[in-house]
Design a protein around this ligand. Structure first.
Ligand code: ADP
Ligand code: ADP
Length: 238
């Protein structure tokens, strides 16, 4: 069984009388340790698919299975229990970083909630992760605003990976960064993906970025899949 199996997913937004079918009959799988790139223009439904997997929007039709288990419509407590298995990195690092808390606290918190242990062990995991994402150990006592945009995103990546999740949804994680920093963060994420063996769903509007990190690509247009296959082949095609 694939780690993630999205089968015939449709998602509809309703605002008053207005209905938008943002995602239509979308099917794909992600294998263990695989990175799937989800690309398409703005408004094509990429984020909506990510949110459906995270349980943040309801599926209108279709099924989402994680490690063989149907997670399409989970009660809140069961969904919360999935937090250690499914993590997310957003475009804005402040989505996962509290500006009022030092970095060490922000990275230790998920461990204390989902995988508690002796204080020194938790601290060592935090420091090891900070080193791995290229930040000094002194980062632990500093606050998000004291870092550059690229460093903040490294910290958000560290937070997403600190519990060794099985799946990481990355929604435009480098799109807000300077071009010169984007490749750096992509390379860091690719390295962490390989080392951790986690599966990544990598959402981006920019094929030239996403093909570097993806094994396979799904191309979306107006909520539907228009192409799906090997990343290098799709990127090379005219
Ligand atoms: P992408 O991530 O590819 O930019 P989205 O998934 O954000 O695309 O959006 C897909 C479609 O759904 C767009 O037409 C967008 O306007 C619409 N949409 C997204 N979020 C909402 C919402 N909360 N309410 C209504 N429509 C939405
Ligand atoms: P590189 O710098 O890796 O050689 P290319 O010259 O192949 O990039 O691509 C230049 C631009 O064309 C990039 O911005 C990329 O997004 C786009 N591009 C390349 N291949 C495709 C494709 N198969 N479909 C759509 N866009 C593509």
């Amino acid at each position: 069984t694939p780690l993630l199996d999205v089968d015939d997913l449709s998602v509809e937004y309703r605002r008053g009388r207005k209905r938008t079918m943002a995602v239509r009959d979308v099917s794909f799988t992600i294998g263990e340790g695989e990175t799937l790139g989800l690309v398409g223009e703005s408004g094509s439904g990429k984020s909506t698919i990510g949110k459906a997997i995270l349980g943040l929007v309801a599926a209108h039709r279709g099924t989402i299975r994680f490690a063989g288990r149907d997670i399409t419509h989970l009660p809140r407590t069961e969904r919360n229990a999935l937090t250690s298995d499914i993590q997310v990195v957003y475009q804005d690092p402040y989505s996962s970083l509290d500006p009022t808390k030092p970095i060490g606290y922000t990275l230790a918190e998920p461990i204390q909630v989902h995988d508690p242990g002796p204080r020194e062990q938790v601290a060592e995991r935090v420091l090891a992760m900070l080193r791995r994402v290229g930040l000094g150990e002194d980062a632990a006592t500093r606050y998000p605003a004291q870092f550059s945009g690229g460093q903040r995103q490294r910290i958000a990546v560290a937070r997403a990976l600190i519990l060794s999740p099985k799946l990481v949804v990355c929604d435009e994680p480098v799109s807000a960064l300077d071009l010169s920093i984007q490749a750096e963060v992509i390379n860091l994420m690719a390295g962490l993906q390989r080392e951790s063996g986690a599966s990544f769903l990598f959402i981006s509007h920019d094929l030239s970025i996403v093909h570097h990190i993806s094994d396979r690509l799904v191309v979306l247009k107006d909520g539907q899949i228009v192409e799906q296959g090997d990343a290098a082949e799709i990127y090379r095609a005219p």
